[in-house]
Design a protein around this ligand. Structure first.
Ligand SMILES: [Zn+2]
Ligand SMILES: [Zn+2]
Length: 148
């Protein structure tokens, strides 16, 4: 993805700011119900980056946890002041942090490589036919194929 590092982002009210010093590993659109609820929209575009390369330069998110398939869970970080969703930490991929594309200062360089959880996509949602679709969570092997 055409991005120069470090790149920055933050929440809507400005209380929380972060900086990422590594290039993204991948980007995808998640159409699961948890993401729909958390975004208030049809799907959630995330950018996966090495968790160790993200630094909160101002404030720190508050987290809540959701449990997924096969005993995995995801911790979701949001701004306690304005409620903006910012990051997620999937227990299945502990080295990765996913940044909400919406929280980036410049989200225009993001290139989602796949649509996942399309089984719960909304009928009023439109998807890019050119990228791969996964009905639920991609397997480890499928996941590797969509890494940048
Ligand atoms: Zn905020
Ligand atoms: Zn999701």
């Amino acid at each position: 993805m055409p991005v120069s590092t470090p790149f920055t982002g933050g929440c809507a009210c400005g209380a929380i700011r972060y900086e990422c010093s590594a290039e993204p590993m991948m980007s995808l659109n998640c159409h699961c119900r948890d993401c729909q609820r958390a975004t208030g929209s049809a799907y959630n575009t995330v950018v996966g980056v090495p968790a160790a390369k993200v630094q909160f330069t101002q404030g720190s998110p508050q987290y809540y946890e959701t449990s997924g398939e096969r005993g995995t869970s995801v911790r979701h970080g949001f701004c306690p002041m304005c409620g903006s969703p910012l990051v997620a930490l999937p227990s299945a991929y502990p080295v990765m942090m996913s940044l909400r594309a919406s929280s980036l200062d410049d989200p225009s360089w993001v290139r989602p490589a796949a649509d996942i959880w399309t089984a719960s996509a909304q009928p009023w949602d439109t998807m890019n036919p050119a990228i791969p679709k996964f009905e639920t969570q991609p397997t480890e092997e499928e996941f590797q194929s969509i890494l940048a």
